[in-house]
Design a protein around this ligand. Structure first.
Ligand code: 13P
Length: 257
C-alpha cells in the first residue's frame, strides 16, 4: 500500500475564526502522524486562512469541489487553476452530497477530475452506493458505473496511478452507521480489481480511502484492512481531538505493516 492518506472534509461548516483554530490545532499535533499524508478541505472561502496556517507544515489543504471547466463566464464556479493558486493540493470530485443534491453526473465528475489534474491538483474521486442500492445487491454495479467514464479513457486511467479514490457508502455518511471493515474491504478490493483490468500499475499505486462515519473508535479496524489506504473524514474532522486520533490510527497501522 501507499502512504496512508487522511483527509478532513469540513463540508459547509465554520467561520474564519473556527477554521483558523481547527487548522492550528491539527498543525500543532502533526509530529504525531508524520508518516501519514494529511489534508484539510474547508469551504472555499476559508481556504486562504487554512492555507496560511498550514504553510511550512506537512499538512496540506484541499477543496471540496471544482468546476469542470477552465476559467470563463461561469457565474458562481471556481476553476482548478484558482484552487492551485491558493495553495490547494487536493480537491474532492463527485462527493455524494454533490451527486445527489446538485445533480452531478458520472461524466461531469470525470471532467472535473481531468481539469483538476491538469491544474496540478490531486483529485479525490468519490464513489459509493445508497442504502437501497446495497439492499438490492447493486453495490458493485453502481461503483462500476461511477468508475466507467474514468476507466474508459486510458489517458485518465494513467492519471490514477498517483490518484485517490474515496469509497463513501451514502448510507454511512453522517448517519453514525459505518460500513463494517469487511464491507469496506470488499468494495475497496472490487475497485482495485476493476482498475487492475485496465492498468495493473495503477491498481497497485492508487490510494483508496474509506469515508462514512469514521471515528476514533472505528478508525483502527477500518485502516487495518489491506485495501483501505486511509480515510475521508466528515463530522469527526471538525473536532481536533477526534481528527488527530484518526490520523494517529493511520500512523500506527503504517508502522505496524
Ligand atoms: P461523516 O464522517 O460525517 O459520515 O462524513 C463522511 C463524508 O462525507 C466525508 O466526505
Amino acid at each position: 500500500m501507499g502512504k496512508p492518506l487522511v483527509l478532513g472534509n469540513w463540508k459547509m461548516h465554520g467561520t474564519q475564526r473556527s477554521a483558523h483554530a481547527l487548522a492550528l490545532g491539527v498543525v500543532a499535533r502533526a509530529a504525531e502522524f508524520s508518516h501519514v499524508d494529511v489534508g484539510l478541505c474547508p469551504p472555499f472561502v476559508h481556504i486562504p486562512t487554512v492555507a496560511a496556517v498550514v504553510f511550512g507544515s506537512a499538512i496540506r489543504v484541499g477543496a471540496q469541489n471544482v468546476s469542470e471547466r477552465g476559467e470563463g463566464a461561469f457565474t458562481g464556479e471556481i476553476a482548478a487553476t484558482m484552487l492551485r493558486e491558493l495553495g490547494c493540493t487536493y480537491v474532492l470530485v463527485g462527493h455524494s452530497e454533490r451527486r445527489q443534491g446538485y445533480a452531478e453526473t458520472n461524466a461531469g465528475v470525470v471532467a472535473k477530475y481531468v481539469h483538476a489534474h491538469a491544474a496540478g491538483l490531486c483529485p479525490v474521486l468519490c464513489v459509493g452506493e445508497t442504502l437501497a442500492e446495497r439492499q438490492t445487491n447493486a453495490t458493485e454495479t453502481v461503483i462500476e458505473s461511477q468508475l466507467e467514464p474514468l476507466v474508459a479513457r486510458p489517458d485518465v486511467v494513467a492519471l490514477l496511478a498517483h490518484g485517490v479514490i474515496a469509497y463513501e457508502p451514502v448510507w454511512a455518511i453522517g448517519t453514525g452507521e459505518t460500513a463494517t471493515p469487511a464491507q469496506a474491504q470488499s468494495v475497496h478490493a472490487f475497485i482495485r480489481r476493476r482498475l487492475a483490468a485496465v492498468g495493473p500499475n495503477v491498481a497497485q499505486s492508487v490510494r483508496i480511502v474509506y469515508g462514512g462515519s469514521v471515528k476514533p473508535v472505528n478508525a483502527n479496524e477500518l485502516f487495518a484492512m489491506p485495501d483501505v489506504d486511509g480515510g475521508l473524514i466528515g463530522g469527526a474532522a471538525l473536532k481536533i481531538e477526534d481528527f488527530v486520533a484518526i490520523c494517529v490510527s493511520a500512523e500506527q497501522l503504517r508502522r505496524g505493516r
